[in-house]
Ligand binder design. Structure first.
Ligand SMILES: Cc1cc2nc3c(=O)[nH]c(=O)nc-3n(C[C@H](O)[C@H](O)[C@H](O)COP(=O)(O)OP(=O)(O)OC[C@H]3O[C@@H](n4cnc5c(N)ncnc54)[C@H](O)[C@@H]3O)c2cc1C
Length: 267
């Protein structure tokens, strides 16, 4: 089980690192199933794998989402403001963010290693140098303002969208799947998507059956770092290095990943 998951969205120096860290896990797939089974007054934790799988498949495929709201995770995230702003649009979550007014850390900035451009003759290297130089000037002015006694709540007004911030977010599984659907998608901004992919990896580890059927329903590749559409296929794998079993899986044509979760039911 992963306890900490870091992603580096750019660069080789500490000041350009973002991350997603798993802090807490509240509940698991057994709890989802137990709570759902109150409908039939069979809500015990004594649940067989096959019962668990059958019910999770039903919940995800039929979009019977409320049982997924009983489990949640807390993440700590370090991301540039432009990513954070998109993340905070997801209202079904609880957030706490580092305050620029009450902390004394030097501002850190996200500097892309390259620029995505629409014109071939774009001078990417030159623009990136200017970008870095402007951020240096901003940092210098920011520190100068503080040195001369300007309050932090005003000095911060010059900080750009590339400034890193840190926050805690607690979300339930239903909301996280909505987040992944929207943000780990090809329409999402690349940097935002990398964060969403990190969340997807965490979810795929903690809730493997939910992830399996979520990918099936949404026809998305089971590789949490992929955002492409997938096709259902049957692959033969060694289960516990012993027997060969046929597993149905949704993968894109680029990812040769094996599922972590082996379904026994046909999706
Ligand atoms: C690619 C992309 C581009 C975007 N571009 C823009 C943009 O240009 N401008 C912009 O303003 N936003 C933009 N957004 C943000 C988007 O509109 C949503 O605000 C954001 O993705 C959060 O989604 P959500 O409402 O589903 O999530 P949450 O806020 O977490 O809500 C989860 C679900 O709860 C339900 N819900 C929550 N609140 C309400 C409510 N008040 N009424 C009814 N149902 C509710 C809905 O079913 C919702 O899907 C963009 C999002 C994406 C993914």
């Amino acid at each position: 089980m992963i306890k900490e998951h870091e992603i580096i969205i750019l660069g080789d120096s500490v000041s350009t690192k973002g991350y997603v860290k798993l802090i807490d896990i509240m509940g698991d797939e057994e709890k989802i199933v137990r709570n759902a089974r109150v409908c039939t007054a069979t809500d015990t934790l004594d649940i067989s794998e096959i019962e668990k799988e059958r019910l999770i498949r039903l919940l995800v495929i039929q979009d019977h989402g409320t049982p997924l709201e009983h489990v949640s995770i807390t993440l700590k995230v370090k991301s540039p403001i432009f990513v954070t702003r998109q993340w905070f649009r997801h209202r079904i979550a609880s957030y706490n963010e580092k305050s620029q007014r009450y902390t004394s850390n030097e501002p850190e900035f996200f500097i892309p290693s390259s620029l995505r451009v629409k014109k071939k003759d774009c001078e990417v290297e030159v623009l990136l140098e200017e970008y870095a130089s402007l951020l240096d000037q901003i940092k210098t002015l920011y520190n100068k303002m503080l040195d001369q006694g300007v309050v932090k709540e005003q000095a911060r007004l010059i900080l750009p969208l590339s400034t890193y911030t840190e926050f805690y977010v607690t979300s339930n599984l239903r909301s996280l799947l909505n987040f992944i659907n929207l943000r780990a998608d090809k329409h999402s901004q690349t940097e935002m998507r990398k964060y969403a992919n990190a969340v997807a990896e965490i979810i795929s580890e903690i809730f493997p059956a939910v992830w399996h059927y979520f990918c099936y329903v949404n026809r998305r590749c089971i590789n949490p770092h992929c955002f492409l559409e997938g096709e259902q296929e049957t692959i033969s794998i060694d289960k516990d290095n012993q027997e060969k079993i046929n597993v149905e899986v949704v993968r894109c044509n680029k990812c040769d990943v094996h599922p972590k979760y082996y379904e026994r039911l046909k999706a």
